[in-house]
Design a protein around this ligand. Structure first.
Ligand SMILES: CC(C)(COP(=O)(O)OP(=O)(O)OC[C@H]1O[C@@H](n2cnc3c(N)ncnc32)[C@H](O)[C@@H]1OP(=O)(O)O)[C@@H](O)C(=O)NCCC(=O)NCCS
Length: 210
């Protein structure tokens, strides 16, 4: 039995272990100072991670940053709900917020202030939102996806992965809530596909309406 499965069956033990990892209220989503020194601080010496970024990383999920990838100024990365996997040559612009589970494949480009949200809070009106269980909503950006400045990409509420296909372009200020097919341009709130690449004509064309 894996450690994870063992702890799942022993909620009291899990609670004790988590209390050694996380700070008390009102900072309960941030790790304790010794976890920060051991697990987070050394990462700032890695080339490509700006010192002004905020890495909220827990030891029980992955944070992987590929070769030649860059975490710009004031970027926030949080893997509390799931792994954050960033492949090679990915650029995250100033002020981006990345909340796992998220996978950014090779050559993905995020302009400034893009927010990718791999989780949802509960929406039960009978208790405060932060007292309710959260739900993971994985987001996957395939190779060479480009996301315009100010866009929001939020995972699906049913927990299935939201996938933005290879080479898709997302317009500035878009709000993406569903899959976007590969080789397309999507804009607006909620984001809709307005161009697709025509491999025969070698140009962008308007999508045919069914
Ligand atoms: C999405 C984008 C890549 C599309 O560029 P393009 O392929 O040249 O497409 P077009 O300019 O021909 O636009 C296609 C349609 O989408 C609309 N559109 C383009 N960008 C839009 C946006 N951000 N929001 C809403 N509509 C947009 C256009 O008006 C056009 O509409 P139409 O079909 O009615 O004529 C570009 O407009 C964009 O938003 N780029 C992001 C810029 C950015 O963030 N730069 C930061 C660099 S670090």
């Amino acid at each position: 039995m894996s450690v994870r499965a063992y702890l799942k069956n022993n909620p009291a033990l899990k609670k004790i272990i988590l209390s050694f990892i996380f700070r008390r209220k009102p900072y309960q989503a941030r790790v304790r100072w010794y976890i920060w020194v051991w697990h987070i601080f050394p990462r700032y010496f890695r080339r490509g991670i700006d010192w002004s970024s905020r890495l909220d990383l827990v030891p029980f999920h992955k944070f992987i940053l590929g070769k030649y990838s860059r975490i710009e100024k004031n970027v926030v990365i949080n893997n509390g709900m799931g792994d954050v996997i960033i492949h090679d040559e990915v650029h995250t612009g100033i002020g981006c917020v990345l909340i796992g589970p998220i996978t950014l494949h090779k050559h993905v480009g995020l302009s400034q202030y893009v927010r990718i949200l791999g989780m949802h809070h509960g929406s039960d009106v009978l208790s405060p939102h932060h007292h309710q269980p959260t739900q993971a909503a994985p987001v996957i950006l395939e190779e060479d996806v480009f996301v315009g400045t100010g866009s929001v990409i939020m995972g699906k509420k049913n927990g299935e992965p939201l996938v933005i296909g290879k080479y898709a372009r997302i317009g500035a200020n878009a709000v993406v809530m569903n899959d976007i097919p590969p080789y397309s341009v999507a804009v607006g709130n909620p984001a809709k596909v307005v161009r697709v690449w025509d491999f025969e004509k070698n140009t962008w064309v308007k999508p045919t309406v069914n």
